[in-house]
Design a protein around this ligand. Structure first.
Ligand SMILES: NC(=O)c1ccc[n+]([C@@H]2O[C@H](COP(=O)([O-])OP(=O)(O)OC[C@H]3O[C@@H](n4cnc5c(N)ncnc54)[C@H](OP(=O)(O)O)[C@@H]3O)[C@@H](O)[C@H]2O)c1
Length: 432
């Protein structure tokens, strides 16, 4: 007896998924028992990369999620609606669900998992974070024995590509973004990627798995890469850092295990750190736990084949369970969601981190002294202060702090920006 799939979406990932399912030879034998029954799309007239029997295709997605013969609904249409409603309807109809939709899982995970637990069905989403990189299943299973302390990810290929190109060629953000759009690495509307929103969805999902807490997406502090200049990339390079958009989730103190810091922002990463060398559209997710130490997952974070590889592995996980037990009266706790409580996320002002700041100052004696005094007044100690050169007769000074409380640093910056000697503060970045 074959297990029947209802595929919602036949775009980039849907096509990649169908291609794997239609060509099982040389892959895991379980794939030979999986059959696509129906495929839902928006337009029946579009030319497709793969040919499917016309009777398999429909624009009636609701009919797929309620089809009695379908065991697993695979949602690959993207966006919030109708994806969310279709997932909920599939669950209500007793279907297991596989999705690559990080936006829906990050925002409606609570609603979806409450419904899935009640209906005793699985909702798996390996492809939602890191595309083809296995990260979700390792967090749920292979790393389950660890106390996770920190997860740091480069989880958005578009921004990583832009920052890599800016570092390699010296072109500025707008120029590289336009080139990325031409190459298909960035959307026509790049907001979700360049403003860090996509990475925020992904770190919300990783946080939930790593720390066993649900998360309100609004609690993720999120900054994108629009303000990163080639000047900063060059100075960072001279100081021994690469600039990366990092998504970070951590338990700042083992004494208060319920408190978490969750944030997305461009970060100076020491060149010796494994994440500093993740370039181009690649993604990487570094997990730190006790007793394992550090493990890093690296690979293609998007694309038809890699993402479909993750989608099909989820389908196979569900089929494996269905095949061995027949029913799912009790859900496997290693595959289902077992937590309901919400994370207590600490405000960004309480973050303890190093900072990099670049100042343009009038060339008058004692400027560096004034900066030092202001920082000192707010308990911000400095690791280095370097006068880099001159820009339009203004002296350019770069400061790197020791670990400081973000709130104190911001107060010092507010006071410094009022000093006569300060023309502007073009950039402030956190340092890993
Ligand atoms: N692309 C990647 O590399 C990647 C990586 C990781 C995760 N993901 C996630 O995977 C999901 C799918 O992405 P994708 O890149 O494959 O998207 P896509 O290429 O835009 O394909 C979307 C598919 O869904 C169909 N569709 C969209 N809205 C529909 C509606 N309202 N009713 C019926 N059909 C509808 C489209 O039909 P038509 O073909 O008729 O227009 C199309 O076949 C998204 O959640 C995305 O975030 C993608």
């Amino acid at each position: 007896m074959a297990f029947k799939i209802g595929l919602l979406g036949l775009g980039t990932v849907g096509t990649g998924t169908a291609e794997i399912l239609l060509s099982p030879s040389g892959r895991h034998p379980l794939l030979q028992e999986i059959q696509i029954k129906r495929v839902g799309v928006r337009s029946l007239n579009k030319s497709r990369k793969i040919e499917l029997p016309p009777e398999m295709m429909t624009t009636e997605l609701e009919a797929i999620v309620s089809d009695r013969e379908i065991d697993i609904v695979v949602e690959l249409i993207g966006g919030l609606e109708p994806a969310r409603s279709l997932i909920l309807k599939a669950i209500a109809a007793g279907k297991h669900v596989v999705t690559a939709n990080k936006a829906v899982i990050a925002r409606y995970g609570d609603e979806i998992y409450t419904a899935a637990s009640a209906a005793k069905v699985y909702v798996l989403f390996e492809a939602a974070v890191g595309g083809g990189i296995p990260a979700i299943e390792p967090l749920k299973q292979s790393l389950g024995a660890n106390r996770i302390q920190r997860v740091i990810g480069i989880v958005n290929g578009t921004t990583n590509y832009i920052l890599t190109q800016m570092a390699a060629g010296g072109a500025d953000f707008e120029e590289v973004l336009a080139e990325a759009q031409k190459l298909g690495y960035a959307e026509a509307d790049p907001t979700t990627d360049v403003d860090g929103l996509d990475a925020a969805d992904k770190i919300a999902i990783l946080t939930s798995l790593a720390f066993g807490r649900r998360l309100n997406i609004e609690d993720v502090h999120c900054e994108g890469i629009r303000q990163v200049s080639t000047a900063d990339i060059n100075y960072a390079e001279k100081l021994g850092f690469a600039i990366k958009l990092l998504a970070i989730s951590q338990r700042p103190s083992s004494d208060e295990p319920d408190k978490l810091q969750v944030r997305v922002h461009p970060t100076l990463v020491p060149k010796t750190h494994p994440l500093a060398s993740i370039n181009g559209v690649n993604n990487a997710i570094l997990v730190e736990g006790e007793p394992i130490g550090q493990v890093m997952f690296f690979g293609p974070g998007a694309g038809a084949g890699p993402t479909a590889s993750a989608v099909v592995s989820d389908i196979m996980n569900i089929v494996g369970v269905l095949k061995s037990s027949g029913k799912t009266e009790t859900l496997d706790p290693l595959l289902s969601c077992s937590h309901q409580d919400y994370a207590n996320v600490i405000p960004i002002e309480e973050l303890g981190t190093r900072f990099y700041a670049r100042f343009l100052t009038r060339d008058i004696p004692g400027v560096i002294g004034h900066l030092g005094t202001c920082f000192g007044k707010h308990q911000v100690s400095l690791e280095s202060v370097v006068q880099i050169g001159f820009v339009r007769e203004l002296a350019e000074i770069v400061v790197v702090t020791h670990d400081v409380r973000e709130g104190n640093f911001r107060q010092a910056i507010e006071e410094i920006s009022g000093l006569d000697a300060i023309d502007s503060i073009p950039s402030i970045l956190r340092v890993l």
